[in-house]
Design a protein around this ligand. Structure first.
Ligand SMILES: N[C@@H](CCC(=O)N[C@@H](CS)C(=O)NCC(=O)O)C(=O)O
Length: 201
């Protein structure tokens, strides 16, 4: 399989952490690309990173790619990253939706601030509120532990890694101290450190 990715994309990182956690990393060639490239647009008409070329299908959006990888893992006898305790199923999916949504707000903020023309205060405020309210409302209990990760935890790890990397001025740890404690342990895991953006990126 070929993953079209960039080292700075939190959506690509979510996929890359997943391949490492489920033992599929050596079957996925990581190809660095940019969102302006023709090779990416051939695989994702929206021109967004990441896209996965699998033997049977080419997939985009990171959520779909992660579901596909999870299916491979389950077929090989692994426990699905989406199904923990049955009672946790919808809380887990809600936390996953929240993590993906906060990441979207963070990436949009970053792209808007990088624009050379005038920035939209309206959108920057909306995204900031989404990030802060999302993080304050996140229930750490459903995110899993390093020994028992699930997709909500992986998505949240990618999200918080991105906030520290690109939006270090947001003091998200003060918004949710329990989440800060959870992340402190996660940030030491090999699958997290191995997928970090390179220095100076
Ligand atoms: N929902 C998409 C979001 C992907 C996304 O926004 N990727 C960013 C890089 S972090 C991108 O390629 N942006 C370029 C653009 O929006 O045109 C996913 O989960 O894959």
């Amino acid at each position: 399989m070929k993953l079209y990715m960039s080292h700075t994309s939190p959506f690509a990182r979510k996929v890359r952490m997943t391949t490492r956690l489920i033992g599929l990393a050596d079957q996925v060639e990581e190809i660095c690309t940019t969102f302006e490239s023709a090779e990416l647009r051939e695989r994702n008409p929206l021109g967004k990173i990441p896209a996965l070329e699998a033997p049977d299908i080419t997939l985009f959006d990171s959520a779909l790619i992660c579901e596909y990888l999870d299916e491979q893992y389950v077929e090989a006898g692994g426990d699905s990253l989406y199904h923990g305790d049955r009672d946790d199923y919808y809380p887990l999916l809600s936390a996953l939706a929240l993590a993906n949504g906060i990441t979207e707000a963070a990436v949009s903020t970053m792209m808007e601030t990088k624009r050379t023309t005038e920035h939209s205060t309206y959108w920057l405020e909306r995204w900031n509120t989404a990030m802060e309210t999302g993080i304050r409302n996140l229930d750490v209990a459903v995110l899993g532990t390093p020994a028992d990760m699930n997709m909500a935890g992986i998505a949240m790890a990618a999200c918080l890694g991105y906030l520290d990397f690109r939006l270090g001025d947001r003091n998200w740890r003060a918004w949710n101290p329990a989440l800060a404690d959870w992340f402190h342990e996660i940030a030491q895991q090999r699958w997290f450190t191995d997928t970090a953006p390179p220095e100076g990126a």
